[in-house]
Design a protein around this ligand. Sequence first.
Ligand code: NAD
Ligand code: IPM
Ligand code: MN
Length: 382
Amino acid sequence: MHPHRRTLSWGGMDSYKIVALPGDGVGPEVIAQGIRVLEKLAETHNFNIEIESIDCGGHYYAEHGIEWADGSFEKCKAADAILLGGVGHVVDGKTVFTEPGKPYPQSQLAGFAQVIGNRQKLNLYANVRPIKLYPGVPQKISDRFEQVWKPEQVDYIVVRENTEDAYSGETFDIPDGKQTPINITRTATERVVRYAFNLAKQRNKLGKVTCVDKSNIVGAHAFFREVFTEIGKSEFPEIELDYAYFDAFCLLQLQQAHVYDVVVAPNLAGDVISDNGSFVQGGMGMAPAGNIGDDHAMFEPVHGSAPPLAGKDIANPIATLLTVAMMLDWLGRKHDDDNLTNASLKLEQTISDFLAEGSLLPQDLGGNGKCSQIGDAILAML
Ligand code: NAD
Ligand code: IPM
Ligand code: MN
């Protein structure tokens, strides 16, 4: 046992407590593979893990009128890390929303409590979304696969502000419609841009952070850029400051993926560019993410519940497995536990080997591997 590691409270000595929130649609299918892999790595890398799955999301709301059982948020708060699938449930072709006033002032995607609630209430201020291309992964922008990028050219990280901007949950009536405020505060901007600058320092790659916003017209985004520039110049003089507007950036990141290192953006812009950028890493089925705060973290693939794929065992589980690797890396650093750090490295290398070997690629990468078969294969390789 590492001398600095604390004794974890929930599962006895040295046990990491993970709350799994499978959610809706393909969420439970990909999280099932994530849990199998986690349990296997605990065995092979000598750490204890206790996983509690909590049923939640839109399907839960449709049945119970609440998004999860009472006490679930407290369990998330007490956990060492949270692993989320995706929320968003469709009934009769319509997405399930909460009723206005119950429990939010406005109607919201049912599952808001898990995604936005946890991000905001646990202060998970940096949504870290790596865009990395692994060998053997084809890109598909039209109806055919095409190798536009080489793996060594694509390796950057989007850091998305994760607690404010247009995500307040507030909407006000105006004479001819509705208004949703865009709030950008100094406190939230400083902490997320510092996170991005420190990440660029730690990566030691291009030594560059690109601020992606709509500061040419949205005043609150101009403020975000101003704070970015101020913190960059005063605290990180060795890092190059770079800028782009997010409409143009959607194209730039596809045309010149190789020039980026760390990208920081306000919440809504960061949401858009991380989906868009997933093209160069093989699509949404390949995009992992971590919502990181100082005390808590929640890991979830970038994608949602993908309703058309649900129940068919055809979703790509790799985004979730890479997300599990991010979770192990974060836990390993936080608890100074080499067993977890090594498990993270082993998992990422295994996924990379699996993709390079290429005989069981998932359907979104042009193969016919099923979600559970890919889980089986990765487990066997571990
Ligand atoms: P989505 O991310 O679910 O799907 C977008 C596209 O990516 C679709 O073409 C889908 O088939 C594909 N895709 C997604 N995951 C995949 C996987 N694992 N393997 C292969 N292909 C995959 O986005 P959407 O369709 O706009 O949203 C569906 C629901 O999910 C909505 O209710 C939305 O609000 C919700 N959503 C939730 C989260 C979250 O919980 N974090 C994130 C995004 C969207
Ligand atoms: C994401 C999703 C969420 C977001 C939705 C489901 C609220 O798109 O995690 O990227 O906008 O943050
Ligand atoms: Mn999104």
